[in-house]
Design a protein around this ligand. Structure first.
Ligand SMILES: [Zn+2]
Length: 352
């Protein structure tokens, strides 16, 4: 082939490649679920034991009075609330009530008998990269539900494919899991990353959600604080992440002292969870309810039903908040924070 014809073809090829490349975003979101975290433990242990949680409070916005789902205070149903911004039960709920490894052939959509979109769908369909790092094997539910077979066709802009999770890493040793995440953050951070940390839940199940200093539960939370400290140090050290990454933290449930675990959803210590937001434009040192007087109501010691006026901040707010921060629309079919009206700081952040 003569060069005069070859070069135009190369140019066309390069143009196609450029078109297919993922959208480049400066900003990124790291969403963290601290499994079984009681928010009052951060006050009980104080800044010396938990320096990173207290740094996140000083530099970001938080509440120690967020809520789980109304009916369920167990792990997989609540994580599904987070990633889909739906409640568990009812026609509009995601309906995933099981808490073990998904049975063969089962996934969120088959169970709901209709597609259940997630924050991973919206981010991926808009050309962003996505990642999940989880410390329990049952989180394979999300890999199975959003893989190249079961994920929805991408009808938004260019076709980014059905597999909504670009990277999935399951590892029960949380220290190892966090090290993998930190290495990835340093080299090839995803635009939307979810991290699940099991440690508090594991300690709670073995020795109860005991806040006495030195208890296995409080030691586990100190360990989690250490992981978060390593992650923040990695963010601070990265020119591509420093000042450009939001961290959103919540939990799937709290837990009780004694032998009852966290399954009883009418127990305040089970349904009371933390919600922290940190990053550019987030109002430093603020309480989240004080930033949202028009759209959210501090529930005191109650867990209101979804139909009640004055909704609390819930772990289900997380999915749509992560998308708001990334400048993306709400999750189709979502019912929590669907208006993306959970404010975390300045107008710039709230109205991106
Ligand atoms: Zn859990």
């Amino acid at each position: 082939m003569k060069s005069s014809t070859r070069f135009p073809l190369l140019a066309i090829g390069a143009a196609l490649l450029l078109q297919a490349a993922p959208q480049v975003r400066a900003e990124k979101v790291l969403f963290i679920s601290v499994d079984g975290m009681r928010p009052d433990a951060v006050d009980a242990l104080g800044p010396e034991a938990l320096p990173t949680f207290h740094r996140l409070r000083r530099e970001g916005s938080h509440t120690s009075n967020a809520r789980t789902d109304k009916i369920y205070t167990i792990t997989l149903p609540n994580h599904t609330c987070m990633v889909t911004s739906r409640g568990v039960v009812g026609k509009e709920g995601h309906n995933w009530i099981a808490n073990g490894n998904p049975k063969l052939g089962q996934n969120l959509h088959r169970n709901h008998q209709a597609y259940v979109a997630s924050m991973f769908d919206v981010a991926h369909d808009h050309g962003l990269s996505t990642a999940l790092y989880a410390s329990k094997g049952k989180f394979t539910l999300y890999d199975l539900s959003y893989d190249e077979k079961n994920g929805a066709a991408d009808t938004t802009g260019e076709d980014n494919g059905r597999d909504k999770l670009d990277r999935v890493h399951l590892e029960s040793d949380t220290g190892k899991l966090v090290d993998v995440l930190i290495a990835d953050l340093a080299s090839t951070p995803a635009d939307l990353t979810m991290l699940h940390i099991r440690d508090c839940d594991s300690a709670g199940h073995s020795q109860s959600w005991d806040l006495t200093p030195g208890s296995p539960y409080t030691e586990a939370l100190r360990g989690v604080d250490g992981y978060l400290g390593k992650i923040l140090a990695a963010v601070d050290a990265s020119p591509t992440l420093k000042g450009k990454l939001w961290i959103v933290i919540t939990a799937d449930h709290g837990g009780l002292t004694g032998t009852k675990g966290h399954g009883e959803s009418d127990e305040a210590n089970n349904f009371t969870i933390p919600f922290y937001v940190w990053g550019p434009g987030v109002a430093a040192g603020t309480e989240l309810y004080s930033l949202n007087p028009d759209s959210r109501k501090d529930p005191g010691v109650e867990n209101p039903a979804y139909k009640d006026a004055g909704q609390p901040i819930r772990n289900g707010d997380a999915g749509n908040l992560c998308l708001t921060l990334l400048g993306l629309p709400a999750i189709p079919g979502s019912t929590i924070n669907t208006g993306q009206d959970l404010k975390v700081g300045t107008e710039t952040v709230a109205n991106r």
